[in-house]
Structures are given as structure tokens and as C-alpha cells.
Design a protein around this ligand. Structure first.
Ligand SMILES: [Zn+2]
Length: 165
């Protein structure tokens, strides 16, 4: 590992480098549930995807219809990241690989994928989503622990309370 290609560790998850993506993909032995035959129809596609996902974030169940802001900030999530599939020239826009997602979960997940040796996580779409949910939930704990003191102090200050608990 050297130079700009050095992978960064983030919350225990190591992002795949460009060079590693192809090899990683070849290691996946389970059924390729993300590469179904249905391509997304680009125009009305997103409505179909959101309806199929019951207008909820695939990872945290946030109701994406709760406000126009939430809906506008949401996104069609590529369950298996685009970067990984593009590395092996596979389409990432198959309906089986898309789901509605809130902006917060999308930011947290980034290019996370379960390890290729984690056969349980990769064996089905549901178990893959489950693994991603757990990763996101764990990062939320770390974010909480990072910011809890700051939020507490700022809230107390805003409320005119002393800085001590
Ligand atoms: Zn979410």
C-alpha cells in the first residue's frame, strides 16, 4: 500500500481501492441478486422504486413522505455501490439493486460493503441490507459518542443553564 491508493480505515471498515474492486467482486460466490434482468427505466423509474420500498428508507425506515424536504433529500440507493459494479463493467441500475434511502443513511454508508468472505451477508438481498443496517447503526453509535458532549454543552448554553450538569 502506498501513495494515494492507500485505503483509509473508517469505523473499522476499510474502503476498497480502485485496484482491489475487481478482485473483490470475483471473490463473491453467492447468487448475484443485484444483477437481475430488470433495468431501471430512467424517467418514471424512481417512483416505481419508492413505491416498491413503501416510501421508507431501506436502512432506517424513515418515512420519506414525512416532509417535502425529506423526500427531496432522499436518493435512490445503489445497494451494491456503483463504484464496485463499474469496476467490473456491470450495470448498477438494475431494479434489484436500487432502493429508496434517506440522505443521512446514504452519507453514512458511502461505499461500505460487507467483506467478501462474509457469505451470510452476501447470500441474499435481505441479509445484505441487514449487514448494511448494522454497519450504519454502529457508525451512528460512534457519531453519538463523538458529539454527545458537544451537543449537551451547546443545548445547556442555549437554554441558559450552567455548563455543569
Ligand atoms: Zn435512513
Amino acid at each position: 500500500m502506498n501513495g494515494n491508493d492507500e485505503p483509509k480505515r473508517l469505523y473499522g471498515f476499510r474502503r476498497l481501492t480502485k485496484g482491489e474492486r475487481g478482485t473483490f467482486y470475483q471473490e463473491l460466490k453467492t447468487p448475484h441478486w443485484w444483477s437481475g434482468s430488470d433495468a431501471k427505466a430512467s424517467d418514471k423509474g424512481w417512483l416505481h422504486i419508492y413505491e416498491k420500498g413503501k416510501w421508507k428508507c431501506v436502512y432506517c425506515d424513515t418515512d420519506l413522505l414525512a416532509s417535502a424536504d425529506i423526500l427531496a433529500g432522499s436518493t435512490e440507493e445503489h445497494l451494491v455501490p456503483r463504484a464496485l459494479l463499474e469496476a467490473v463493467e456491470e450495470s448498477s441500475n438494475k431494479l434489484s439493486n436500487l432502493a429508496p434511502c434517506c440522505i443521512r443513511c446514504n452519507n453514512i454508508k458511502g461505499e461500505y460493503v460487507p467483506d467478501s468472505s462474509n457469505l451470510v451477508a452476501w447470500q441474499s438481498k435481505n441479509s445484505y441490507i441487514q449487514a448494511c443496517r448494522q454497519f450504519i447503526a454502529r457508525r451512528r453509535v460512534q457519531l453519538y459518542e463523538k458529539y454527545e458532549g458537544i451537543i449537551r454543552a451547546a443545548l445547556r448554553k442555549r437554554a441558559g443553564l450552567s455548563s455543569k450538569a
